[in-house]
Design a binder for this molecule. Structure first.
Ligand SMILES: Nc1ncnc2c1ncn2[C@@H]1O[C@H](COP(=O)(O)OP(=O)(O)OP(=O)(O)O)[C@@H](O)[C@H]1O
Length: 611
């Protein structure tokens, strides 16, 4: 077995800037309010539906005004203001009003129908695109913040988008058209009186905007306070065992919770104090009564001055007084649109996440020798998590990676299946750079046994069959037997047909590990990457897991991240990592003889075990 000796001088200092080969890995597209143009691009697949929905809403809003206009015009006709034949004009307006009301109902129904159709189509296409994109992003992304973002995009953000299609867009447009049509009509009747009528809604909009000015400040204080409450709750719930056991800390943790609640209440009160005044003013100004009062006062003054016939006052009382009711859906529609654009921003940033680059001309590895060639990797593009790793793992051998917490052990393991790509240097399997191997071939050549065991909500058989989807039931059972989990499965209520819930599936830590070992055994992959459990298992479980692992690794290229050194005493080579660098390399006996970091760690664990 080739062993690559390394010395500290050979290395770039860990913590040194990462090479320029790969730029910082900050999220390239942070969630944001999606610009209108990009939102429109996202909505392109349902553009026709949306335009139809918008046209229906707009015409419905205009038609909805006809009954009001009809009432006003009938009154003007009857009061003899317009001249011409009274009966036929009244009938014409009555029919127009009725038709307007019916048309409005019909078009609103159609608009809602088309809006929901666009909604279903768009959400389906977005879901498909999100899932499609998830299949291409580097797996490391899920390990960081990814899964939370996926969940948010698939539920909350799509719900906000639904609001946009099904309600906000039509509501906003309808209200805007209603305001435009109503205002135009009033201007046609008498422009001076129209200005008087509009004064109140315009004043309402101005005061509303002024009252919203302090909103961002109040909102950020409120959101920060909510964050503190949730952090304090999580702290309490997650640590409830410790908190209750060491009773003295309960008061402190609950104290933090109480402080956060108090800050939240104070923030809410400060917001409400300003808001109460402005919202009372807005409510008064935005009410029909305010417009009615102004129209009556202004109208009577106009009539007294001889500027306006009495009959012409009616359109302002009937149509003008109704105008404020259109402002509120406009404001809500605009807010809905903003929320939907924010949600679209989240989804867009997810859809734009760079995929894992696939080789144009994939190569097939010749054998399963793993070679780390001056490998460095940085999560943030600034600090190296591992630096200048230079080693070879021969087929049929076990390479153990050990070192203190945070030394970079898991990072090395996650570079092998390309959860992340190296920042500098290269990892080769069978002489081929990982980046030149198709991801399907690469993942098929590896069994990954990580600590965070993922169970699918499916039967035990299917949970094991994940290792090799074509495997027969018999092969699944053989793998389970080899992994020392067969007896446990048989004791489950329905044996191999028992459905495991996602999460722990009702299995102990050691049992879950053996289940993933069974998956790995079934996969027959020639490379095994194993992240040993950090938590100590009970002696029986530990022996069973060790036995299962011995069967898994036989004759394969094995890389094991070890937390408990006694499990890897017989490894062919042990790499000792410290701050991202290999500081020692050798067998157990060689490393003990060197009296370095490994020897110290060994002594510390022996002492810990004997205590
Ligand atoms: N997803 C991530 N994003 C940013 N930094 C990370 C991420 N994962 C690990 N790190 C950092 O990289 C360094 C190496 O971490 P790594 O998890 O590889 O160490 P480890 O030796 O496996 O530790 P442990 O034994 O505690 O699991 C640490 O400084 C860690 O904080």
């Amino acid at each position: 077995m080739k062993s690559t000796e390394t010395t500290a001088e050979q290395f770039e200092p860990a913590g040194a800037p990462a090479s320029d080969e790969q730029q910082p890995r900050a999220e390239p597209n942070e969630p944001r309010l999606l610009p209108i143009r990009d939102t429109a691009r996202m909505l392109r697949p349902v553009r026709r539906h949306l335009i139809t929905c918008a046209v229906f809403s707009a015409v419905a809003a205009a038609a909805g005004f006809l009954p009001f206009v009809a009432v006003a015009e009938i009154a003007r006709t009857v009061l003899g203001n317009t001249g011409g034949p009274v009966a036929s004009t009244v009938w014409a307006w009555a029919i127009a009003g009725a038709c307007g009301a019916l048309l409005r109902l019909l078009l609103l129904g159609l608009s809602t129908h088309v809006g929901h159709k666009a909604d279903a189509q768009m959400l389906h296409s977005l879901r498909v695109r999100i899932v499609g994109r998830l299949g291409t992003v580097p797996l490391g992304w899920f390990r960081a913040a990814g899964s939370g973002r996926v969940k948010k995009a698939m539920t909350d953000d799509l719900e906000e988008m639904h609001e946009l299609f099904a309600h906000a867009l039509g509501g906003l447009l309808g209200a805007a058209v209603a305001v435009v049509v109503g205002t135009t009509y009033l201007f046609l009747v008498d422009w001076r009186m129209a200005l008087v009528t509009l004064a109140v809604p315009v004043l309402t909009l101005i005061t509303y905007r002024m009252s919203m000015r302090s909103l961002p400040e109040h909102m950020s204080r409120l959101i920060a306070a909510e964050g503190q409450i949730s952090a304090a709750s999580v702290e309490y719930v997650d640590g409830i065992g410790v908190v209750k056991t060491f009773g003295g800390t309960e008061g402190r943790v609950l104290g933090r919770f109480a402080d956060a609640m108090a800050e939240h209440t104070a923030a809410y009160r400060a917001w409400m104090a300003g808001h109460r005044r402005s919202s009372a003013v807005n409510r008064v100004l935005g009410s029909e009564m305010a417009v009615f009062g102004v129209v009556m006062a202004g109208g009577l003054a106009f009539v007294a001055a001889g500027w306006l016939p009495v009959a012409d006052l009616l359109p302002f009382l009937v149509v003008g007084v109704g105008l404020p009711t259109s402002f509120s859906p406009m404001i809500h529609g605009a807010q809905g649109l903003r929320m939907a654009r924010m949600a679209a921003g989240h989804i867009d940033s997810l859809l734009r996440h760079p995929p894992l680059p696939e080789p144009d001309h994939p190569r097939q590895p010749e054998g399963y020798r793993i070679e780390f060639d001056r490998v460095s990797f940085s999560y943030d593009g600034v600090t190296n998590a591992v630096a200048e790793i230079d080693t070879v793992c021969e087929p049929g051998t076990v390479t153990a990676i050990v070192g203190p917490s945070g030394a970079g052990k898991s990072t090395i393991a996650s570079l092998l299946p390309r959860f992340y790509d190296v920042t500098a240097g290269a990892i080769r399997i069978g002489g081929v750079d990982l980046r030149d191997i198709s991801s399907t071939t690469l993942l098929a050549s590896m069994s990954l046994v990580f600590q965070d065991v993922t169970l699918l909500r499916d039967t035990v058989t299917e949970n094991i069959r994940v290792g090799r989807p074509g495997a027969t039931d018999e092969e699944v059972r053989e793998a389970a037997e080899a992994a020392q989990i067969d007896e446990v499965i048989k004791r489950l209520p329905l044996g191999y047909d028992t459905v495991l819930e996602s999460g722990t599936g009702g299995l102990s830590g050691g049992e879950r590990q053996r289940l993933t070992i069974a998956r790995a055994i079934l996969s027959r992959a020639p490379i095994v990457v194993l992240d040993e459990a950090t938590a100590s298992l009970d002696p029986d479980s530990e022996a069973a897991v060790q036995d299962a692992l011995a069967r898994l690794v036989a004759g394969k290229t094995v890389v094991v991240i070890a937390h408990r050194l006694h499990t890897i005493q017989h490894a062919d080579q042990i790499l000792v990592l410290e701050a991202g660098r290999v500081v020692e390399n050798g067998t157990h006996a060689e490393l003990l003889g060197r009296r370095g970091l490994y020897a110290r760690m060994w002594r510390a664990q022996q002492n810990g075990d004997s205590r």
